[in-house]
Design a protein around this ligand. Structure first.
Ligand SMILES: O=C(O)c1ccccc1NCC(=O)[C@H](O)[C@H](O)COP(=O)(O)O
Length: 220
């Protein structure tokens, strides 16, 4: 594949990891607002980290079934470019959040088997982007960021009108193969560029992005 692939590095918690992602050429940086996550950060820290992100790199806030009060607090304090909804938000709730904040919304869709693919079509109607991720293992504490992949061949040959990114179990060693198999031109990673849960490995961030080709045009 010769087309440049955009990368989203999710779950950044430090100034250094944000700098590593930005300097390596990440198109998106993700901040997690989910207390159970080892990547959860406060609104105050997110505001500080976002201030270091240059124009053109999309700052994404990840929330899970957040109510309006929570979203208002995040949106009022953090200069965001996108909201990522990673819970059981209905299509109606996606549309409501999109209208309320005037921000592009990316809806995560969890895939385990072929029976899950219809969810992509449903959310493609209402979201600005889709994050096609592995469904969490049964009993997992987190709806995402689990480092598990789904069968990428399920996506082979499929196309959607809505921009999408592939996620779930990606690493510096398998990302390019995953992109080639699925046709994804955007990849999202969290635990695959960590040395321990919630601890980003700056070298892995660099290696993940370096293989994806020249830096694509700025997004925002
Ligand atoms: O990363 C988390 O801790 C998290 C917590 C709650 C909901 C979603 C979460 N992550 C979502 C992401 O966008 C991850 O980057 C995506 O699931 C891929 O994760 P990984 O398999 O670890 O690369």
């Amino acid at each position: 594949m010769t087309t440049a692939i955009r990368a989203k590095i999710c779950g950044l918690t430090t100034v250094d990891s944000v700098a590593a992602a930005v300097n390596a050429g990440a198109a998106y940086v993700g901040f997690v607002f989910f207390p159970k996550s080892p990547r959860n950060i406060s609104i105050e820290l997110a505001r500080e980290l976002a201030a270091d992100v240059p124009p053109g790199v999309c700052k994404v806030a990840l929330v899970v079934d957040a109510d309006n009060e929570t979203l208002d607090a995040i949106n009022d304090a953090v200069p965001l470019d996108m909201l990522q909804l990673h819970g059981n938000e209905t299509p109606e709730r996606v549309a409501e959040i999109r209208a309320r904040y005037g921000l592009p919304v990316m809806k995560a869709v969890g895939i385990r088997g072929a029976e899950d693919l219809e969810q992509i079509d449903i959310y493609a109607e209402v979201a600005d982007q889709l994050l096609i991720d592995a469904k969490p293992p049964k009993g997992a504490d987190l709806p995402g960021g689990n480092g598990v992949a789904f069968d990428w061949s399920l996506l082979s040959g499929r196309r959607w009108p809505t921009p999408w990114m592939l996620a779930g179990g990606l690493t510096p060693d398998n990302a390019l193969r995953a992109a080639n198999l699925t046709g994804a031109n955007q990849l999202d990673v969290s635990s695959g560029v960590e040395s321990a849960a919630g601890v980003k490995d700056l070298d892995k961030i660099d290696r993940f992005i370096a293989q994806l080709g020249p830096m694509p045009p700025r997004l925002v």
